[in-house]
Design a protein around this ligand. Structure first.
Ligand code: TXA
Ligand code: MG
Length: 315
């Protein structure tokens, strides 16, 4: 039952892993920062599998990895600051948060419903060779279970015992060993969302003063909740019926509503549909959204965590 480990520098292993990724599977692979748990970033169901494998997750937006700068700026809109830091630090341990480009194929679950996408061109050449072979952006958070430290070699990844992981591509020990610097260059002034080995000073030398957003992990830091997608309509949870003026977001057909996260009651399917359906309801300009009860099992916990935030009083 143990997951196969193959060399990242073996072209045959990369070709096989690329096929697995294009078919919606999970591949862990080395980068220069930490090992990533990768899936096709354009495939909602494949991305849902990442969250399921990590266990008790939250739907934080994930980084999409691409082989070159040109691909990165086809997915996200380049600003002047984005181009400057990309030229200096890509390929490398820097992630840029950019506004979605027109027609960007990155799944809504990958970006947790946000209008921005996080993109990285990794420094490790064999990782870029894998990405080029796949031909699609690869969503990859660090390949550890929720709450555990990030893996910096293949044995660490194997020890996590992920469900649904198809193969580990071993690229040896990570040379950086720390997650990438995350810089939001989608607005007027760049904001440092997560410190990393590309430092604030290095960035400021290129683009001038930047803003700092809390410490450590951007999204788990309090005060960063604004960077979660919130539907425009108010949200009522655990609905057992639809009230006047409400439109239903159903699960397993309980409300008889048209929009159903998973008619069969499958939490992975429900996770895959969550942000896309919330957005579709929002676009219809509905007055209120009533959400059916969703069991806490599996990804249900993450879905409910997200929905509770969506239903919380707006600040
Ligand atoms: O070094 C790394 O970055 C590793 C390797 C595998 O590349 N990946 C990694 O991914 O650490 P992840 O998904 O665990 O980290 C994503 C970070 C989180 O802090 C998340 O909140 C932030 O990027 N992020 C992603 N998309 C965002 C967005 N649209 N807006 C704001 N923050 C975003
Ligand atoms: Mg992590």
């Amino acid at each position: 039952m143990s997951v196969p480990i193959r060399p990242l520098d073996d072209p045959d292993a990369r070709a096989e892993a690329a096929r697995i990724l294009r078919a919606g599977g999970l591949v862990a692979f080395a980068t220069e920062t930490v090992y990533g748990l990768g899936a096709d970033a354009t495939d909602e169901t494949a991305v849902a599998k990442i969250f399921a494998a990590k266990g008790r997750p939250r739907f934080n937006p994930l980084i999409s990895h691409v082989p070159d700068v040109e691909t990165a700026f086809a997915l996200g809109q380049a600003t002047e600051a984005a181009r400057a830091v990309a030229q200096a630090f890509w390929p490398g341990p820097l992630t840029l948060v950019l506004r979605r480009a027109e027609g960007c194929p990155i799944a809504w679950l990958t970006s947790a419903g946000l209008e921005t996408v996080a993109i990285r061109v990794p420094g490790k050449p064999d990782a870029r060779a894998l990405l080029a072979e796949v031909g699609r952006p690869i969503a990859a958070p660090s390949a550890n279970r929720s709450g555990r430290v990030s893996p910096t070699n293949a044995a660490h990844v194997a020890a996590e015992g992920f469900d649904g992981l198809d193969v580990i591509l071993d690229g040896g020990a990570c040379t950086v060993g720390l997650e990438s610097t995350v810089l939001d260059v989608s607005g007027e002034t760049p904001r440092l969302l997560r410190p990393g080995s590309v430092t604030r000073e290095q960035i400021e030398a290129l683009v001038g003063p930047i803003e700092l957003a809390g410490h450590g992990d951007a999204i788990t830091a309090p005060g960063m909740l604004a960077s979660h997608y919130a539907p425009a309509a108010p949200v009522r949870l655990n609905a057992t019926e639809l009230r006047a003026g409400e439109v239903g977001l159903d699960f397993a057909g309980h409300l008889g509503a048209e929009a159903d996260l998973s008619p069969t009651g499958d939490p992975v399917e429900a996770a895959a549909n969550l942000f896309a359906l919330l957005r579709a309801l929002d676009r219809q300009g509905v007055a209120a959204i009533a959400v059916a009860q969703i069991p806490e099992a599996g990804l249900g916990a993450a879905i409910n965590d997200r929905l509770r935030r969506a239903a919380a009083p707006r600040g």
